[in-house]
Design a protein around this ligand. Structure first.
Ligand code: SF4
Length: 468
């Protein structure tokens, strides 16, 4: 249908209104908590919800036994533990928790979860495969991903690193590690000895879980390397614990010192953060951003596209405009990675392509997020519409990554719940699904030789986890 009028959502001014009421006092356990206490990062950390019994304790009568049982069953199969700051917990609409976008991101319900895709992978992006030394992934020519710790102030159900983040669960045994400067030296030496590296993402894990001393240690070490031009501290913190920016003076001073040190040496020190829903944006986030902006700190956002969280075009437009208004650049929206426990949160690639089309044009181009698919197998981030071939019926897309792994093809799969019954029948048989993958690959490379076929077949059978 041709649209004759611009959409009202594009012209809405709602993104300029920042929630500033005492919303946490709606939670029975926090009804007497003052604004001053709620605004303190130490109070937030101390009162974070880390166990199911704490969910029950703070909510009292506001949560039903049925919902508690559903979460309990969800936690038995989910790869992530619970950890939620009071700030986010109180922003959940507890009158309608089933459909609430924040509840979906932090408290899994067994009744909503789906079996994993046959080709899911715990390390879908091959971060461990493309790791020359522990805690470091080197995939792009001039950029590395440094993982100095694997703990965070919250644990997200959609985490792409659920294989290592946030401690073991009933479903997944993990080796989670905290910040420990002595263990970082091998990674830092690799960066020092590899002159083509210019860009370091310090992620994990979350930079909010590093002490001021750790922030300085990593910053001074990296900024002391002449070929490093850009470092990014990654934290979801501004979205889920903005009080840290306004009240943890020791952490902020350490970060700002690194920012100024970088400026004096011509090196960029920025923050990458992680809002996925406009509901996470309040006056508390705006206050945090006002401080960072006044200090000249660039903040960029990386959102994950999730069904029922931000898959609606109006929600994505609202998120984009709210972030822009607070001076956060909406940098990326990722198509959900093919990791375990997330099938109910994944969208199709086609939904991502359509959303990108709907959001583009809403504001200045530099504030329109680039929608990307991080190609499973370590192809890196590719623009959603840059696939080589897309079989929408069977949910198979084929990708190339000329600057990353020029001789390989990468395959991304849509969630089976989005395909019709006939496609699901084809997917239920292992020989038939392999045939579908080869059919899609042959549309891109019709000359595929026997040895390449064997290699891909091996990868499908051995490297990808094939559900029995
Ligand atoms: S904050 Fe990031 S690293 Fe930590 S659990 Fe969430 S998605 Fe994973």
């Amino acid at each position: 249908m041709i649209q004759s009028e611009p959409r009202s959502a594009a012209f809405s001014l709602e993104h300029r209104e920042f929630r500033d009421d005492e919303f946490w006092q709606e939670i029975p356990g926090w009804k007497d908590v003052s604004r001053e206490d709620f605004g303190n990062y130490l109070w937030q950390a101390k009162n974070s919800v880390k166990k199911l019994k704490e969910v029950k304790e703070v909510l009292g009568e506001r949560i039903s036994d049925k919902l508690i049982a559903d979460i309990e069953a969800g936690l038995r199969i989910a790869p992530m533990n619970i950890r939620i700051t009071p700030y986010v917990f109180a922003l959940i609409d507890w009158d309608n928790p089933i459909e609430d976008p924040l509840r979906k991101q932090f408290l899994p319900l067994a009744s909503q979860m789906l079996p994993d895709h046959p080709y899911y992978l715990a390390d879908s992006l091959y971060e461990d495969v493309d790791s020359p030394v522990p805690m470091l992934t080197h995939r792009y020519p001039d950029k590395v991903l440094f993982l100095p710790l694997t703990t965070c102030p919250v644990y997200c159900s959609y985490c792409t690193r659920s294989r290592i983040i946030g401690g073991s669960t009933d479903a997944v045994e993990k080796h989670t590690y905290g910040a420990n400067a002595a263990k970082w030296e091998t990674a830092l030496q690799y960066i020092e000895e590899t002159p083509q590296i210019e860009d370091v993402v310090i992620s994990g894990g979350d930079a909010f879980n590093m002490t001021a001393k750790h922030i300085r240690h990593i910053g001074e070490r990296l900024l002391g390397i002449d070929h490093i031009r850009r470092i990014r501290y990654a934290t979801k913190g501004i979205a889920i614990l903005p009080q840290k920016i306004t009240t943890d003076e020791s952490w902020m001073e350490a970060f700002l010192e690194m920012h100024r040190l970088g400026q004096s040496r011509g090196q960029q020190v920025v923050i990458h953060t992680h809002f996925s829903s406009p509901i996470e944006v309040t006056q508390w986030s705006k206050n945090a951003m006002d401080r960072l902006f006044a200090e000249g700190v660039i903040v960029r956002n990386q959102a994950v596209l999730q069904e029922g969280v931000n898959s609606d075009e109006n929600v994505m437009m609202s998120l984009t405009k709210s972030l822009s208004y607070m001076n956060i650049q909406p940098y990326y929206v990722y198509i959900h990675d093919m990791v375990p426990g997330c099938e109910h949160l994944r969208t199709t690639l086609g939904q991502g392509v359509e959303l990108e089309k709907q959001v583009r044009g809403i504001t200045a181009g530099f504030n329109v997020p680039t929608f990307v698919c991080d190609a499973p197998g370590g192809g890196g981030k590719r623009h959603v519409a840059s696939y080589e071939y897309y079989d929408t019926e069977n949910g198979i897309s084929i990708w190339r990554a000329p600057n990353v792994k020029p001789n390989e093809l990468f395959v991304y799969f849509d969630p089976l719940c989005k395909l019709d019954a006939a496609a699901n029948k084809r997917w239920s048989d292992s020989a038939s699904r392999e045939r579908m993958v080869f059919d899609a690959i042959s549309k891109v490379d019709s000359e595929l030789g026997a040895s390449e076929r064997e290699k891909i077949s091996e990868r499908l059978e051995k490297t990808y986890h094939v559900s029995k």
